[in-house]
Design a protein around this ligand. Structure first.
Ligand SMILES: Nc1ncnc2c1ncn2[C@@H]1O[C@H](COP(=O)(O)OP(=O)(O)OP(=O)(O)O)[C@@H](O)[C@H]1O
Length: 252
């Protein structure tokens, strides 16, 4: 039965192809990709520039359309959902953490963290409020709730973005180079927070990264090359990941 086979997957794509441009001038960003993101895991997506990482992430998050193939978020096939249904689904079931933090500058930290609820036209329930308070506490943001994003350091801003992404307990958090703008010490803190969210709260996370150290925090590492998944690794050290990347570059 399809549902049982895939019940441990929080997102999956089947025979996914994505091309940009016109027929005569077409770029194949993804070619016949079939892959699932496992529930409760922290998955890193790696690969050289132009290998299709962002395209895969955007399609799985319902931010971009497919050329061929099918996409599911949980049990919902999103491939043919109308825009408004997709927007609602994304708001309720997906969280995002970006390299550039993407906080709303005019809102204070509290306002940024509860924004996903506001956008969904509601306020957090008592249980959700408790969860948010717990997140704020564990991310060390308690003293900052009335501050604006520009008053915080980069690492603090990214912690706010993580709190916002986790606040609705989404099925899946997508993190796009979440440490790209942070120094190495702050990067490690942010990565440790993501790993903790996955380990302790069962949060599923898919993170695009170029950085072997960042990927070493993940439970699983998918490597893309030329629009195809070429390796699917379990937890690995930064050295193992670097070695593999070097080998792939030499083979290319
Ligand atoms: N909107 C677009 N229009 C045309 N081509 C695109 C578009 N977006 C991506 N591409 C092409 O698709 C391919 C895959 O791009 P993608 O951004 O997914 O790669 P990536 O692995 O995320 O790269 P990077 O690590 O540099 O961000 C590339 O050849 C890219 O030029």
């Amino acid at each position: 039965m399809e549902i049982q086979e895939h019940s441990d997957l929080v997102a999956r794509v089947e025979s996914l192809g994505k091309s940009y441009g016109t027929a005569s001038n077409s770029v194949a960003a993804l070619r016949d990709v079939t892959i699932g993101i496992r529930r409760g895991e922290f998955t890193a997506i790696m690969g050289p520039s132009g290998s299709g990482k962002s395209t895969l992430m955007h399609i799985m998050a319902g931010l971009d359309s497919v050329t061929t193939g099918r996409v599911w978020l949980g049990d919902t096939e999103i491939t043919s959902l109308a825009d408004d249904a997709l927007t609602t689904l994304r708001r309720r079931r997906v969280g995002f953490v970006f390299q550039s933090f993407n906080l709303v500058p005019t809102l204070d930290i509290e306002g940024n963290i509860v924004l996903p609820f506001e956008l969904d036209g509601r306020r957090p329930s008592a249980a959700e409020r408790e969860w948010i308070d717990q997140l704020v506490e564990s991310l060390g943001l308690g003293a900052r709730l009335r501050h604006r994003p520009h008053e915080l350091s980069g690492g603090q801003q990214q912690r706010v973005a993580i709190a916002r992404a986790l606040a609705t307990r989404p099925d899946l958090v997508f993190a796009d180079e979440p440490t790209g703008n942070l120094d190495s010490r702050t990067s490690r803190e942010v990565l440790a927070l993501l790993a903790t969210a996955s380990r302790e709260y069962g949060q599923s996370i898919a993170m695009v990264t170029h950085d072997p150290i960042a990927a070493s925090y993940a439970d699983r590492i998918l490597f893309l090359a030329d629009g195809v998944v070429v390796r699917d690794l379990g937890k690995s050290t930064a050295e193992e990941i670097s070695g593999l990347m070097l080998g792939m570059e030499r083979a290319a």
